[in-house]
Design a protein around this ligand. Structure first.
Ligand SMILES: O=C(O)CCC(=O)C(=O)O
Length: 272
């Protein structure tokens, strides 16, 4: 961790131990199911280094970026993830579907929940272009998906290396254990997008100071994944070092709530 200041949606946050902590990694092979679940409950996330071989992850990245570059050069880029955008076609393509349907993802979600689980078809592909001051605002997934924390798990999968400088995902320490937090801070939180009530804030420095919690961050390499609870507040930094790509691969308990919209492929304007 060598940077002194980082930004999210253009807002600066000092890269210091007052604001940031280092995520801890879990070694799947040497961790029992009970310990894995205990850690997930305690941290609200489980970071798994080298969960996938790096080469197929990089292949996904390259395949998408090739489509994206072609469309960019042709000048035919609609809003990210809408019909006609490469991300829209990509999440519907056979290689991407094969990638997200790898049995290891479902087996992981099963181990973590200890229940029968089913995949959620809708798989967002996030792409923040290099140098753009645009990032995921602080939010909990529970706002976007119907389901209680134990019912849905997200396997956040960076498509390629994703260092802190490149816009890594971060978690507000222990925030999943305080369910009242989002509504407590919402009223007074700075917000750059007033027409959307779902994010909590784009000002990650403000949120850390207001809650007295640090952002837990890590430099990710291709093949690393993080499983997170829909109750934990998370956000990303700006993509200051290259194209920033990731997929949110989700599962739900089969005996939990089911939303028919989960069965559709993602598009960024599906209102969900
Ligand atoms: O990758 C991102 O930018 C956001 C990911 C996210 O919010 C999620 O996986 O729930």
């Amino acid at each position: 961790m060598t940077h002194t200041t980082v930004t999210s949606n253009g807002v600066q946050i000092p890269f210091s131990p007052d604001y940031f902590g280092e995520m801890r990694a879990t070694v799947l092979a040497t961790t029992s199911d009970a310990d894995l679940r205990a850690r997930y409950a305690e941290d609200g996330y489980v970071l798994l280094r080298g969960f996938l071989p790096a080469a197929p992850v990089r292949k996904m990245r390259d395949a998408y970026l090739e489509m994206f570059e072609r469309a960019r050069q042709e000048g035919t880029l609609p809003q990210h993830g809408t019909k006609g955008h490469p991300a829209y076609a990509f999440v519907r393509s056979a290689p991407f579907r094969q990638f997200v349907e790898q049995p290891v993802f479902q087996a992981l979600a099963q181990r973590l929940t200890g229940s029968a689980i089913a995949p959620i078809r809708r798989t967002p592909l996030r792409h923040f272009t290099a140098g753009s001051k645009v990032a995921s605002r602080a939010h909990i997934d529970g706002t976007y998906i119907d389901g209680s924390p134990t019912d849905v798990v997200t396997v956040w999968t960076p498509l390629g290396d994703c260092t802190i400088q490149a816009g890594s995902l971060m978690y507000l320490e222990g925030s999943h254990r305080d369910g009242g937090l989002p509504s407590q801070v919402r009223g007074g939180a700075p917000m750059d997008r007033t027409n959307d009530v779902r994010p909590i804030t784009h000002d990650l420095k403000w949120l850390a100071e207001t809650t007295g919690r640090r952002w837990m961050a890590a430099d990710f390499a291709a093949g690393d994944v993080v499983v997170h609870s829909p109750a934990i507040i998370h956000a990303t930094l700006d993509a200051a070092a290259g194209e920033r790509l990731s997929a949110d691969i989700r599962f739900r308990r089969v005996d939990g709530p089911q939303d028919p919209r989960w069965d559709n492929d993602w598009s960024s304007d599906d209102g969900y």
